[in-house]
Design a protein around this ligand. Sequence first.
Ligand code: AGP
Length: 613
Amino acid sequence: MCGIVGYIGERDATPVIVNGLRKLEYRGYDSAGVAVLENGKIEVRREAGKISGLETLIQQSPLHGKIGIGHTRWATHGVPSQQNAHPQVGSTGKIVIVHNGIVENYLALKEELSSEGVEFKSETDTETIVHLIEHFFAVSQDLYGAVVETLKRIRGAHGIVVLSSDYPDQLIAARLGNAGGIAIGLGEGETFIASDLPALVEFTHRIVFLDSGEIAVVKKDSLEISTINGKKVKPVVQNVPWDPISAEKGLYRHFMQKEIHEQVRSLSDTLVGRVEFDNYSIVLPDLKCDQEKARSIQKIMITACGTAAYAGMVGKILLEKIARIPTEVIIASEFRYADPLVDENTVVLAISQSGETADTLAAMAEGRKRKATIWAIVNAIGSQAMRVADGFISMQVGPEIGVASTKAFTAPILNLYMLAVYLADLRGTLSKTRRIELVRDLLRVPGLAEKALSHEDEIMVLAEQYKHVRSALYLGRGINMPIAYEGALKLKEITYIHAEGYPAGEMKHGPIALVDKDLPVIALATQDAWYEKMVSQIEQAKARSGKVIAVATEGDELIPPIADAVFWVPKTPWLLSPVINVIPLQLFAYHIAVLRGLDVDQPRNLAKSVTVE
Ligand code: AGP
């Protein structure tokens, strides 16, 4: 979950690394550090807290060199402190590492190393790695071999980069399992390493991704990759189209705000290359699915975490309604422990913005073990999920930096809608007229999102009124039930206000006991098949003095007199309504967090990619 950066070339390494860390701060932000080789000696600067603290430290005590590594941390072992920050330094001061992952057997290794007289200075599991490298290096005087031996001893999933003052012309980078990626950016006479693309695309678009079990010797003008078992691997250079501007905040105050507004564009970008306008059909070439395959599918099991799982819940309804394929949603952290009923006629469909979420990758691996076809809906290009899937749909929305997912929630809903239309078409269960109708509806979505966003000022007023509440209840039914979950998740993760999403029909079975004048109830009551039921739900909450904010369709005259306030959204075909209905809920959470003076893009205790179990 941490961010890793490395640089070797002719520039001053420190600003390149710190700039990269800033771009990756969303991955972890409790402490940070840099190590640079300066006049043959490794200089380290580390600081608890955000990167700005590290920058101040570097201003006070600068370090210069042409090779170095850096890290922004999300603590797993040991509190966020200067001592526990990376780079972690070995006993000789000649080897330093940055690490992403958890050394599962670190206690045993620590005991072993301590018995040899090694003194540990931090509480981290990472420190065992650097001492192990030193231990093997002392014997062989071969850094590469020492790193390989170390990788063979540590258990768990890891991304690491090693710098040694004995090897001033190289960095060693390695990836074991799914602790997040290692991407190597090739420049002219310089090479960059990062755990994620935003740190690289400003410098180069020529990227090589390490696979699990691979180790690379990175020099300023060469790159050699092998497996840890010694097999040479030919680097595959990918041209990554992300533009660096999309990883910047631009005129917006926060990435989250930018990404909410960007949805007009991202919802249209995700359609590019997928909609054939001459006959209103859908093409999904990267899915590699033919008619025979489509007809053989007996079940789809969607697996994902958090926001992505809520998008999957909407997808279940879309796939069942449009393609008539039985679909289940199973939270990825449960998948491998659930003994799931999966066989060769099942598609396991993973949804992930980062494509690096450990639980989602583990669910995909479990599906593979049980002979299912593995598909993925992924945003991050070159990510593990994209690479291990048999077929994929790329979200095509550019980097999402805000920890709270927004555009990577709405795009996969459109992807799932397209998938449903595509499969129904291949299976021959969709009439041409219906397909044209569905695709026409799809094309209206970006415009509808723009209309939903135009109500931001009214939402800001409500955010001001509700910014001090202690708890909130989000209610929805049918296809908008997952939107209640997602609305509640957005509120809790960035405002720290307790919120619950609940199926509205379940209120009378318990939660209605919570309703009183202090509890805002946010009710998704747009005009669909569940509209009347939601109206009576609002009445029931009002009868118990609840404060109701309804998400309602523009022009609705029934809702305003019974609700305390309304989030207006444009009239939208019901199958696509979740994409539009979530927008006011994203804005509401965002503005409350701003009014409460919170760090919207980097909420406490969270990280963007959850690469540990
Ligand atoms: C969203 O706001 C969350 N921060 C989180 O639930 C996220 O969606 C989840 O961790 C899954 O991430 P992924 O899409 O990268 O797999």
